[in-house]
Design a protein around this ligand. Structure first.
Ligand code: CA
Length: 228
């Protein structure tokens, strides 16, 4: 679901913020812009974004410093980050990648190139935020229309079950604990009990009917989606 994808823009040049925000919203993502690393860090802790566009030269400290801080943090180190840089020097690009940037884009860039890079990174790093349909057995989930079909029949599915299914389908054959599912599906900052996960898994299986065996209980660990 594109509306679930929030991209944090850390950039101090208003014209670029405006262009980037416009471009990303047109592509269907939520955006939030801050102009220094302190505000960026504050935002990340309040509401973990699905991707960060990080300018290199910022007024309080360099984007590279924030990048290192994020990569060194257990809770946030997996957030996809694209560095925005006016620097085209090869050594700077290497420094960015060395510090854990997933990609970089050199200013000036075209909106189309930016959108393409973000899509590629989201597909690679967090497939549940990609815009392509996911398939598992007879189940097809379309993240653009937010619909789920089983053997070509559209099914009614609640929001929580949809998000859970999407997450499972994006990460097949991998076991997740209840607390990981809470983190990944409901967000890092939501306080709900682990038992809630069981309730939603139960509901999800009901929705899936004949395909319910896709969602496996892995005893004393958690759940996984498996076609085996
Ligand atoms: Ca700047």
């Amino acid at each position: 679901m594109a509306a679930d994808t929030t991209i944090l823009i850390v950039e101090d040049e208003p014209a670029i913020v405006e262009l980037v925000s416009f471009t990303l919203r047109a592509a269907g993502w939520n955006t939030f812009a801050v102009n220094n690393t302190a505000e960026a860090w504050e935002f990340i802790q309040r509401r973990t974004p699905q991707l960060i566009l990080l300018d290199w030269m910022l007024p309080d400290q360099s984007g590279l410093r924030l990048l290192s801080k994020i990569r060194g943090d257990r809770q946030f180190n997996e957030i996809p980050i694209i560095m925005l840089t006016a620097k085209s020097m090869e050594e700077d690009k290497i420094a960015g990648l060395d510090h854990g940037a997933d990609d970089y884009i050199t200013k000036p860039f075209s909106p189309r190139e930016l959108t393409a890079r973000i899509k590629a990174l989201l597909r690679r790093k967090s497939p549940e935020h990609a815009q392509t349909a996911l398939t598992a057995g007879a189940v097809v989930l379309d993240p653009v229309s937010c619909t789920v079909k089983i053997s070509d029949q559209k099914v009614d599915i609640g929001h929580a079950e949809y998000k859970l299914l999407k997450f499972f389908m994006a990460h097949p054959e991998r076991v997740f604990s209840r607390s990981q599912l809470l983190d990944k599906v409901w967000g890092d900052h939501v306080v709900i009990e682990e038992r809630t996960v069981d309730v939603h898994v139960l509901r999800l299986r009901k929705v899936l009917k004949s395909a319910e065996s896709l969602i496996k209980t892995v005893r004393s660990v958690g759940y996984m989606l498996s076609e085996k």
